[in-house]
Design a protein around this ligand. Structure first.
Ligand SMILES: Nc1ccn([C@@H]2O[C@H](COP(=O)(O)O)[C@@H](O)[C@H]2O)c(=O)n1
Ligand SMILES: C[C@@]1(CO)OP(=O)(O)OP(=O)(O)OC[C@H]1O
Length: 165
């Protein structure tokens, strides 16, 4: 069994979409990034790669590679799950927190869970998504950007190939 932790931040920018967990959240500003800037999905991918000790998403999907310009992060998450399967591992559970002063995320939380679960090939009951403001404190509170954290639990004992590390 291995745990992984992921953290990511994206700044707000005019003229961009606000994609979180694959949901295009209505917002007067979106998130800046080389990809679709889905900060929630990025934190989750890093948590999975952390549990596998496979580096981080920047190594797998370099942010200067034109192949990832505007990339759909749910597609990248599917690719991370291919690494999980190749290592003979299984994702047992994950939980994520998004810190955003705005927009209000509660109405989209269930759709985010479903999107992430589908992309990972797990039941939605294994995927937690929570939202919090930072009570107007810090860069999140000043509405300069959004931060996300994720933890995952992987069963790495599903085959002989994943026991090490
Ligand atoms: N962007 C956000 C932030 C928070 N929520 C929901 O509001 C609740 C209260 O937030 P506090 O930061 O005041 O603790 C939180 O538990 C979320 O349910 C939200 O929907 N979107
Ligand atoms: C997935 C990638 C691909 O460019 O997305 P970005 O939008 O650049 O986001 P960031 O979290 O800064 O780095 C991860 C990158 O690998």
């Amino acid at each position: 069994m291995h745990i992984g932790h992921g953290f990511d931040v994206h700044a707000f920018a005019e003229g961009r979409r606000c994609i979180l967990g694959g949901v295009d959240v209505p917002s007067d500003r979106g998130l800046m990034g080389h990809s679709d800037a889905d900060v929630l999905t990025h934190a989750l991918m890093d948590a999975i790669l952390g549990a596998l000790k496979e580096g981080d998403i920047g190594q797998l999907f370099p942010d200067d590679d034109p192949a990832y310009e505007g990339a759909d992060s749910l597609v990248l998450l599917r690719r991370v799950m291919e690494v999980v399967r190749r290592r003979g591992a299984k994702l047992l559970d994950c939980d994520c927190t998004v810190a955003a002063q705005a927009p209000k995320l509660a109405p989209y939380r269930e759709q985010m869970r479903e999107n992430l679960a589908r992309a990972m090939g797990v039941d939605v009951s294994s995927v937690g998504v929570k939202a919090t403001t930072t009570e107007r404190l810090g860069f999140v509170g000043r509405e300069e950007g959004i931060a996300a954290w994720a933890v995952v639990l992987l069963n790495t004992d599903c085959s002989g190939r994943a026991g090490e590390g």
